[in-house]
Design a protein around this ligand. Structure first.
Ligand code: F6R
Length: 355
């Protein structure tokens, strides 16, 4: 059942602290200062410097962007491809290449086809999936389970958070780079996420902007994939126009679309990005757009933004997991106010088994 929630989507948003705890269980040891992913132990023998190619679709693609960034930060040559374009892009694959398919269902036809292409070309294949015994799990040399539990709502929510956490663990497993800081931050994340759920004012903000023409989402660094994800969720369940950009891209075109009727959700977390984001906020405010800052620096941002959605500081990478949860809630409450079919949006299916 929906445990008292009106929709599975809301139930699954609220299940995220538990989903993350399950993903971490027996993989993170504070005592030994280590991260182990049992399923990937034999991947350790691979060349550590990749290249690694992620293939995925939709929300899982956004998680893959996050994962590729994590690996690159550890010096691994990691790239991300939309699974539906992977074969057409003539990506060079050699025997040392590791191809990682990120897929909640493990059944997405485009992702399966990319993984088959990779297998045929002699790459080592890995899937990061939620479903035990799924097609992707059977196709790949290695399987890492995200352990989010079943997700019924068509819009992916808890599985995205679990993918972000799983890819953090995968990065440590592949590079042997588990800092005590990362371990502590992972351990604290479920409680911080619970705090976001308990204290979020996303519903009020959703009410304020339910009549908007368009919604824009901007973020930098680890928040850039979250900006894309925020827009995708908004489109899927509200049927309204929404777009996500890396903050720096605004002035290269999308700014022309910004008006008083297009609220901009600006993710500003971590010192480096807050400063640059303030520049982007000025650009959109000058065009009259209302700004909602999603930030771990509420004192600073409240001077610039119309509204602030606060998130705790979870470090330079994981704060984006929390920022995304605020955006999930905004989309949910807008869709709810509009009376949309939230758990089964029109034209969409939970698993897309045609290419
Ligand atoms: C978005 C959504 C879709 C899926 C995509 C890939 O909310 O659900 O974009 O993320 O179809 O699905 P999986 O992860 O099952 O491969």
């Amino acid at each position: 059942g929906k445990s008292g929630h009106e929709h599975y989507m809301l139930k699954e948003i609220y299940e995220q602290p538990t989903a993350i705890r399950k993903c971490l269980r027996e993989r993170v040891s504070e005592m030994e200062e280590s991260i182990t992913v049992e399923e990937l132990s034999d991947l350790g023998t691979l060349e550590r410097d990749g290249p690694v190619q992620f293939v995925a679709c939709g929300t899982s693609f956004h998680a893959a962007l996050y994962g590729a960034r994590l690996l690159r930060e550890q010096g691994i040559h990691a790239q991300c491809f939309r699974a539906s374009e992977y074969a057409a892009e003539s990506v060079p694959i050699h025997s040392g290449t590791v191809v990682i398919g990120v897929t909640q269902s493990g059944e997405t036809a485009d992702t399966m086809s990319a993984l088959r292409t990779a297998n045929k070309a002699g790459a080592s294949t890995v899937t990061v999936t939620n479903v035990v015994g799924s097609s992707a799990a059977r196709e790949c040399d290695h399987v890492m389970y995200i352990r989010a539990g079943p997700e019924i709502g068509v819009a992916a929510t808890k599985t995205f958070a679990s993918q972000q956490v799983a890819l953090t663990l995968l990065t440590s497993a592949l590079t042997g780079s588990a800092s005590l800081d990362t371990i502590k931050r992972l351990r604290t994340l479920p409680d911080q996420l619970q705090r976001v759920l308990d204290e979020s004012t996303a519903r009020e903000i959703a009410m304020e902007y339910v009549d908007a023409d368009s919604y824009f989402f901007i973020g930098r660094g680890y928040n850039a994939p979250v900006a894309l994800e925020g827009a995708l969720k908004m489109k899927e369940i509200t049927y309204k126009h929404a777009e996500g950009f890396a903050g720096g891209e605004l002035k290269h075109g999308p700014l022309a679309l910004v008006t008083e009727a297009s609220p901009v959700f600006a993710m500003a977390t971590g010192e480096n990005h807050v400063e640059k984001m303030l520049g982007n906020i000025n650009e959109v405010e000058a065009r009259g757009a209302p700004v909602v800052a999603v930030t771990d620096s509420p004192a600073t941002l409240s001077q610039y933004a119309d509204h602030v959605l606060e998130v705790p500081d979870a470090g330079p990478r994981l704060t984006s997991v929390l920022a995304n949860v605020q955006l999930q809630l905004v989309s949910y409450w807008v869709a709810n106010e509009l009376g949309r079919s939230i758990d089964k949006p029109r034209h969409l299916a939970k698993s897309v088994t045609v290419e």
